[in-house]
Design a protein around this ligand. Structure first.
Ligand code: ATP
Length: 600
């Protein structure tokens, strides 16, 4: 289904037909008296919090064209961009409003606006065309766009962004060299242009790129702006050729605006204040030097001067007119829904997950190899278990404990399941690609189940026959079911940990703890009846215990081939308990995914 847009089609040559997405005129974005603050702890162990303003009473107007937000490191340019793009936690916004074409904007605008993040977030195992097709299929409504329309949109974006040469090259991963940095950035911009946005936000689009690539990215943005789009971006210290492409410049320092107006009038503004830009000095460097040089402790004299300047008074005047005409009942951004239905999203996201596993199979191979290796090892150690006591009992107990340990600890790799894609999920989910439930179910159906069940069956079969357990299909099946359930419960717990934390180090610590506690309460290392009663309840949560209980099933009893009702009843009780653990972990994982902080 990922191929809903036919991926290898030739780019259309009809210019008029392929460019409709770049014709919509951009809106005017205004922001009034924005004050944004964050809470900081007074000291590392302090219970007291202080509020720190990172945007202080900031107002401005951004028209269609190239709107740059510039300032020194930590000045608040990304924060300003995020607040006006609806990406920053709305709880921090203490006052002010953002309007798009004189209509109040809610933070749900992020679901339907275009925002290119600083670090390109793309699926590395997919090609440029496949990534763009993924965006088109999910973000363009099926009612309004046929497959051919979507394909045409992908082709036109590839053409417009000059991505023809690398359209069928993979983006690249840790193991795979892919497209260049500039091509990756173009592809990230293309992911957003697919929806034909008239308003485009970009966070530091040139950071990490060499001078020529940075220049070509900015030329591309300028081309878009010339077609009427409102392009708003933060940028740190651009070279002159880039600076000269700006239409509007907002200079910010310590959360306050020190200049806002036409970019080509900024030098004369500062020269009027007595700062001289040397003939060969880069204006961007000059502005940062002036800004940094005038800061006196917490005073920001340039911001004070700006607030008295005709530029600011003019902005204020226009903003007052807009405010007066405002209808507070009308908002943009609420009732924003997804462009595609649930089942369709599930097919596309699952398809991408499977494709990603197939193209990046190292972990799956390692998992399979480990299972086969341990299967043979267990089979050799406990080869043809004798039927006489005490060897029969000791070896069978040891063998089953070993099997269950492998089932549980063999799934440690599952903690990376979600962490490795966390940033991608947050970006796509908050940009309105798909629902959280879709992502969660795609992981369960396309990753968790197939990746964990197939190796378990291979692993289980090898030692079963080597150990000389009961040659009975029914018993073998029940034995495999138990080990699969042990594996799935252990994976679900790993998935819960993976969904709850953002770093591998934390996840490894958090998963090791319950696994070890469960092992202790598994019934092999300690007699559970002789334990302190207030501790012994932990046995009910032990995956090891329920898995280990299977040991009574496949015993070769000469002359007795059927299982008694008691044994079967005990067997199903264990399966119900394992299913319960699995379901609880999966439900909690889903809750954790929903709780992830999507704000910047
Ligand atoms: N969520 C947050 N939590 C804590 N501090 C924050 C948060 N967001 C922003 N800040 C602080 O606000 C200030 C402005 O940050 P911001 O990222 O907007 O600056 P910037 O100008 O974009 O810097 P840079 O060029 O280094 O990216 C910084 O001191 C930063 O530490």
């Amino acid at each position: 289904m990922l191929d809903e847009v036919v991926l290898n089609a030739q780019p259309s040559t009809d210019k008029e037909e392929t460019m409709p997405c770049f014709q919509t005129p951009g809106p005017t974005l205004t922001f009034h008296n924005l004050r944004y603050s964050i809470k900081e702890r007074l000291g590392m162990f302090s219970m007291q919090w202080v509020e720190k303003d990172i945007l202080k009473d900031v107002s401005g107007i951004m028209n269609p064209g190239m709107n740059a937000i510039m300032g020194p490191t930590g000045s608040g340019k990304t924060s300003l961009l995020d607040v006006i793009a609806g990406r920053k936690d709305p709880r921090g916004l203490k006052s002010g409003q953002v309007l798009v074409d004189n209509t109040i904007v809610t933070s749900d605008l992020r679901l339907c606006s275009a925002y290119v993040v600083q670090n390109d977030i793309l699926m590395g195992t997919l090609t440029v065309r496949e990534n763009l097709a993924f965006s088109a299929n999910l973000r363009l409504s099926r009612k309004e766009y046929s497959s051919a329309d979507k394909q045409m949109r992908v082709d036109s974006v590839i053409q417009e962004l000059g991505l023809n040469d690398c359209a069928d090259t993979k983006i690249g991963t840790m193991f795979l060299r892919g497209v260049s940095g500039g091509e990756k950035k173009r592809c990230s911009i293309g992911m957003e242009l697919i929806t034909a946005p008239s308003l485009l936000f970009l966070d530091e689009p040139t950071t990490g790129l060499d001078a020529n690539t940075a220049n070509s990215i900015m030329e591309l943005l300028q081309k878009l702006s010339k077609k009427g789009k409102t392009v708003i971006f933060s940028i740190h210290q651009p070279r002159y050729s880039i600076f000269s492409q700006f239409d509007h410049l907002t200079l910010i320092n310590k959360g306050e605006i020190t200049y806002a107006g036409a970019a080509n009038r900024a030098i004369s503004y500062f020269e009027d204040l007595g700062y001289k830009c040397e003939p060969f000095n880069n204006p961007a460097d000059f502005f940062l030097d002036v800004t940094n040089g005038t800061m006196v402790e917490n005073d920001n004299p340039l911001a004070v001067i700006y607030r008295k300047s005709p530029n600011f008074l003019n902005v204020k005047d226009r903003l007052t007119h807009i405010s007066d005409a405002l209808d507070p009942q009308v908002t943009k951004g609420d009732r924003v829904g997804y462009a595609t239905p649930f089942y369709y999203q599930l097919m596309l996201v699952s398809g991408r997950t499977i494709r990603n596993i197939l193209r990046n199979p190292q972990t799956s191979y390692a998992q399979l190899f480990l299972n086969i290796f341990f299967g043979i090892l267990v089979g050799l150690i406990y080869y043809q278990i004798p039927h006489t006591l005490p060897e029969a009992l000791q070896n069978r107990t040891g063998a089953f404990f070993f099997l269950v340990i492998n089932m549980v600890f063999g799934n440690l790799s599952a903690v990376e399941l979600f962490i490795s894609e966390r940033v991608l999920f947050i970006h796509e989910n908050s940009s309105g690609f798909y629902r959280t439930s879709v992502y969660f179910l795609s992981k369960v159906f396309a990753d968790l189940l197939p990746n964990r069940i197939l190796p378990v069956f291979i692993f289980s079969a090898i030692p079963y026959f080597m150990m000389g357990l009961k040659p009975d299909v029914e018993v073998f099946f029940l034995y495999c079911v138990t080990l699969s359930m042990v594996s799935l419960s252990a994976v679900s717990l790993a998935f819960l940990v993976s969904a709850s934390v953002g770093s591998f180090a934390m996840a490894n610590i958090l998963i090791a703890l319950p696994y070890v506690v469960m092992m202790v309460f598994g019934g092999f290392l300690v007699n559970l009846n002789s334990m302190l009663s207030w501790m012994s309840w932990l046995k009910w949560a032990s995956i090891f215990r329920y898995g280990y209980n299977v040991k009574s099933l496949p015993v070769t009893t000469p002359g007795k081939t059927r299982m008694t009702g008691d044994i079967l009843w005990g067997f199903w009780q264990n399966q119900v308990a394992l299913t319960g653990i699995m379901c609880v972990c999966l439900i909690l994982s889903y809750v954790q995914l929903r709780r992830i902080n999507r704000w910047k």
